[in-house]
Design a binder for this molecule. Sequence first.
Ligand code: CP
Length: 311
Amino acid sequence: MIPDSCLHIRGLSDDRIRSFLSLAVSIKRDPEKYSQTLKGKTVLQFFVENSTRTRMSFEAATRKLGGTSVVFAAATSSLQKGESLLDTIQTLCQYGIDGIVMRHSSGGSPEFVAGAVSVPVINAGDGQHEHPTQALLDAFTLLEHWKLEGAPKNSLNGKTVAIVGDILHSRVARSNVHLLARLGARVILCAPQTLLPSDLSLFPAVEIEHRLDSAIPQADAIMALRIQFERQDDSLIPSKREYRHFWGLTPERMAIMKNDAVVLHPGPMNRGLEIDPEVADSSRSLILKQVENGVWVRAAILAMLVGGVKP
Ligand code: CP
């Protein structure tokens, strides 16, 4: 039997999504109650692409649940000698692993690994495909901020979220469009044509706005995305200066937000490009709250999939 995994938002049932979010609330309220959930369990942190937030929060979450992390050092591993992904994973599984948290630059690789191992696999970001745990922590942060964790259960009905920037290369956007729509939010994608996928047929119903100044006043939350220079050359934007002028979250744009609108960014940020420091560090910013909540949401996912906690 293939173990229960968290590979992409589309693969999670509505019940499973709500269970992750509800359990995250419980763990955040009373971490001590869950402090032995992963006692005797070992989680492999298998990051073959750089990460600060996701990796550190999965390690912190494992620790808070009483488990042990084994951290794979990709840069000094035999992957560098040409060992295959599957041989590497199957080798590591012989050391007694109860779950795998995996980041990889190839879209679909966590699903490939999940089909070959006997432990749960959690996708911590695969190429330009998905970043499901980021979307879950983003939703958790919005639900918490708007005090919507109660009935109707974990719903974003009536809220509009604008996702702004480099949507083309963003796994965060791909996971968020699916999750936000599933939770009932209206989703606006706002980007230059060159940074939008040419085929949106796999996306749920989203609206497209090409002018940020039109999108901002409609939104209850604005999620800025990092321009991913490592996945492109400079040719998709006219220049950094013009990008900031047309697409940057500046203090002037903060002034046209709804009075109670909030700002998110998955990080890492290009300060002064897609978001100015005056916005990122303002009272409207939930960016550090996203980071904090990443631990609780990832703890909930580990508790259910690796620790066997029932919702
Ligand atoms: N948001 C996010 O995935 O950040 P890291 O790349 O630092 O993990």
